[in-house]
Design a protein around this ligand. Structure first.
Ligand SMILES: Cc1cc2nc3c(=O)[nH]c(=O)nc-3n(C[C@H](O)[C@H](O)[C@H](O)COP(=O)(O)OP(=O)(O)OC[C@H]3O[C@@H](n4cnc5c(N)ncnc54)[C@H](O)[C@@H]3O)c2cc1C
Length: 478
């Protein structure tokens, strides 16, 4: 492409030309600093709210590529069967006001609770209401909601220059990546004909509308919370669903009440932690033991040497995920009914091949512990294996652009971007910048437990404070 700038690349490596410099910022020595937050899901919105609350805070541009701000991937679903997997009591968006969500629900009727759990749609409405109030109350020009996709970013003489899908050029003194995680990777066992056919749903969150049109026999790849969501969405229509994952582990269920437990979690190896949880589980509710560890997980993860982290990821992660990310009891009852009525079967096994055939999808897999290969034909396959974190494999233009310039690098375990202890991405040489931050699951390599509201809400507040402390502050009073 003539005149193209090589650091902005499109999804298939296509080079996107750098847009005309229409919005170039004039030199403003005493102007208020500006922060651009890319991604308007939970992480982006909460970071914006905390920045906005700073007395002499920056101007904030929150850029979201979808037309909906505040819901992100998790809270965009309108399905009434999709409940939060964390109790209402633990879902306040504001760390300093633990009852905030509960009080919001009390003041906004119409959301029914299912034993302490409400729909994810209710939570999305809560986040949107928080954002609406912030926009309404913000001093003029402090908060701008911008519907566009940021496709490239590079350091400028002061701060950053950003390129957007709509061809605009933006500038900001600081950049925050709140882009969530990339869609699941295509299964390597699948042939290209299948991957490009209408029988394959590559990302159930992006293609939620397609689920209703799938035929009666559906193969779900993966058996975690995403599989549960998809199974609930497909439950009607006389379908028979088969979920396949290596271990066939499904999420455990929350107890009737939040377990109380004061015993501190031990520091030490992954094996010591497992022994501790097993011992506690024998003498009481295993949920109490897991939940007692949870607030300390970030510190435990950070203290572990690389070899412990590696061992945890290789051997314990599936069990930790199944016990830590639990289903609401009302969801579990529906899943049990499906299993009982044989409309859902969960199998532990290894996929061997997945091919588009004349009248469907031909799947072959080997059950765990068996040599024999089973073959069945399905009408469709839904990839429920969860997001990929490996930055070398993501197609998102912004992350590719940052990777190509060496401004971000994958973390040691390819869970996301390598960041330091205050959430600043590290460049290819391991150096952070003072004007660059990341919030949310992209930072899993550093924090591990950073995928849910109770953890991200703290990180968003900390990142806002860090930005305030680092940006040269010459802002006028509000
Ligand atoms: C299905 C599901 C259910 C969950 N349920 C719960 C729960 O019950 N309780 C709980 O505590 N946690 C839950 N979580 C986990 C957690 O709340 C989410 O992971 C969290 O909301 C992450 O928010 P995020 O903003 O970091 O990412 P996302 O929600 O993925 O939002 C990122 C946003 O960035 C936008 N974006 C990306 N790239 C660009 C770009 N270049 N330019 C512009 N916009 C861009 C995307 O469109 C998206 O809206 C759930 C997660 C999922 C996936």
């Amino acid at each position: 492409v003539a005149g193209a700038v090589p650091w902005i690349t499109g999804p298939a490596g296509r080079v996107i030309p750098w847009p005309a410099d229409r919005e170039r910022r004039p030199a403003r020595p005493n102007a208020r600093p500006s922060v651009c937050i890319v991604g308007g899901g939970f992480s982006g919105v909460l970071t914006a709210l905390h920045l906005l609350a700073l007395p002499k805070g920056p101007t904030i541009r929150l850029v979201e590529r979808s037309p909906v701000f505040g819901r992100g991937v998790a809270f965009a679903t309108a399905n009434p069967n999709h409940l939060l997997n964390v109790r209402v009591a633990n879902m306040s968006a504001l760390p300093e006001q633990p009852d905030h969500f509960r009080e919001w629900l009390a003041g906004h009727g119409g959301w029914s609770a299912h034993g302490g759990f409400v729909t994810r749609a209710a939570y999305g409405a809560y986040l949107q209401d928080l954002l609406r109030q912030a926009v309404r109350g913000a001093p003029a020009g402090r908060l701008l909601l911008d519907t566009d996709e940021v496709v490239g970013a590079r350091p400028a003489s002061r701060g950053w220059r950003l390129a957007t899908r709509m061809g605009r050029s933006l500038e900001a003194d600081a950049l925050v990546l709140a882009v969530g995680l990339a869609p699941p990777a295509a299964p390597p066992e699948a042939d290209d004909d299948l991957l490009s056919s209408i029988r394959y749903v590559a990302d159930p969150w992006a293609d939620e509308g397609r689920l209703a049109g799938l035929g009666p026999r559906v193969l779900l790849l993966g058996s975690g919370l995403t599989m549960i969501d998809v199974a609930l969405a497909l439950a009607d229509g006389g379908r028979r669903l088969t979920a396949l994952s290596r271990r066939g582990l499904t999420p455990r269920v929350h107890g009737a009440e939040d377990p109380a437990d004061g015993e501190p979690a031990p520091r030490g190896s992954a094996a010591a932690l497992t022994r501790h949880i097993r011992r506690r589980a024998r003498s009481g509710d295993w949920r109490a033991a897991v939940d007692a560890v949870r607030p300390h997980v970030q510190a435990i993860w950070r203290d572990w040497p690389a070899e412990q982290q590696s061992r945890f990821l290789r051997h314990l992660r599936p069990w930790w995920d199944a016990h830590r990310h639990r289903m609401a009891p009302a969801v579990a009852r529906q899943v049990e009914t499906m299993v009982h009525e044989r409309t859902l079967a969960v199998q532990a096994g290894q996929l061997v091949s997945l091919r588009a055939g004349g009248d469907g999808v031909l799947a072959a897999w080997r059950l765990r512990g068996e040599r024999r290969v089973r073959r069945r034909t399905f009408d469709a396959v839904v990839n429920c294996t969860g997001p990929i974190g490996d930055l070398r494999r993501v197609e998102a233009p912004l992350l590719r652009s940052l990777m190509a310039q060496g401004l971000i690098r994958p973390d040691r375990w390819a869970l996301g971007a390598d960041v330091d202890a205050v959430s600043r991405p590290l460049d290819r040489h391991g150096r952070p910048r003072e004007d660059f931050f990341a919030v949310g699951p992209l930072t899993r390599g550093q924090f591990w437990e950073i995928t849910s509201v109770p953890d991200i809400r703290l990180q968003a507040a900390e990142v806002a404070r860090s930005i305030a402390a680092r940006l040269a502050w010459a802002a006028p009073d509000d």
